[in-house]
Design a protein around this ligand. Structure first.
Ligand SMILES: NC(=O)c1ccc[n+]([C@@H]2O[C@H](COP(=O)([O-])OP(=O)(O)OC[C@H]3O[C@@H](n4cnc5c(N)ncnc54)[C@H](OP(=O)(O)O)[C@@H]3O)[C@@H](O)[C@H]2O)c1
Length: 279
């Protein structure tokens, strides 16, 4: 049995569908099983990585797991590690973040490093998937594209190689079902280097609309982050790291190809598949 946490989300849902298509028995963890709408045959159990009791139930009889977290990544990873160790799980594939390799100290990196450390402490074999920004992060632009055909970029306009959630899921499935991935860590990126402005142009072409593009200065983004988290020191370092040209996802890696045997999906494909969100 393979357990998937975060199973109704962007990466988890895709991974569940791919595992089911391969005929693998899958258990999915969701806070709202009745709304999960996962494929038939998936054993959907109630709970969350934030709830240790639900993890103890979810890990029963599980040999491997794909761990996707939300919110308090380090705290949830500690819960997962404890439950996985108690259940004697053999292999944990953890959706971490490329931020763990970032040269600038910041909270996002610290959280994911602490999470990787906790997962390692479970005693299971581990595979760490360390993606850079997801294609779906452009969903932040839905409101302003709909309302004013404009994009306000919050992460600087440096080149990076964003990745499709489909390819993260496919990499996770390859790590779970293939040989030689235990004890490994992979930096996952897409295959093309794009700035946010170039992503906005691709999206505009798909939508048939010209999108006005501007980059928010770091001070403006800090205020937005403080408004969400209330933590100003963390907001300052996180925004500086995201705006740095030295991000670890600045250039494409070969990890998706190495894991899945095919090229990663381009942003144009994501934009075409998700155009309705922006209309
Ligand atoms: N976005 C990026 O650029 C990026 C880059 C690198 C790494 N990551 C990592 O990717 C992970 C997220 O993956 P994802 O985007 O696939 O996940 P997601 O779609 O945001 O969420 C996954 C699931 O988590 C549950 N969930 C959502 N909010 C929650 C909350 N506040 N408390 C408890 N459960 C909650 C929901 O499931 P139920 O409602 O069914 O319980 C949701 O379907 C994070 O750990 C992040 O660090 C993201």
């Amino acid at each position: 049995m393979i357990l998937v946490t975060g199973a109704t989300g962007k990466v988890g849902r895709e991974a569940v569908e791919q595992l089911v298509a391969l005929g693998r028995p899958v258990r999915a963890l969701s806070r709202k099983p009745e709304e999960a709408a996962l494929p038939e045959g998936v054993d959907v159990v109630a709970g969350s990585p934030a709830d240790p009791d639900s993890l103890a139930v979810a890990f029963r009889g599980v040999a491997q797991a794909l761990i996707v977290l939300s919110g308090d990544v380090a705290g949830e990873a500690r819960n997962v590690a404890k439950a996985a160790a108690a259940a004697g799980v053999g292999h944990l594939v953890f959706l971490s973040s490329a931020s763990v390799l970032h040269p600038l100290a910041h909270g996002i990196a610290d959280e994911h490093r602490a999470a990787e450390e906790a997962i390692t402490g479970s005693g299971a074999a581990t595979t760490f998937l360390r993606p850079g920004p997801f294609h779906a992060n452009t969903s932040w632009w839905i409101k302003t594209i709909r309302e004013s055909s404009s994009v306000r970029d919050w992460v600087g306009n440096n080149p990076g190689a964003p990745i499709d959630e489909y390819d993260i899921a496919a990499s996770a499935v390859a790590a779970l079902t293939g040989d030689g991935h235990r004890g490994k860590a992979y930096v996952l990126t897409g295959g093309e280097t794009l700035t946010s402005e170039e992503q906005a142009r691709i999206l505009g072409d798909v939508l048939g609309r010209e999108l006005e593009f501007s980059v928010a200065p770091q001070e403006e983004v800090v205020e937005v982050f403080v408004g969400i988290t209330g933590d100003r020191p963390a907001a300052v370092t996180n925004v500086a790291a995201l705006h740095s040209p030295r991000v670890p996802w600045a250039k494409p890696t070969t990890a998706v190809r190495d894991l899945t045997g095919r090229e990663p999906r381009g942003f144009g494909e994501w934009a075409a598949a998700n155009a309705a969100l922006f209309q």
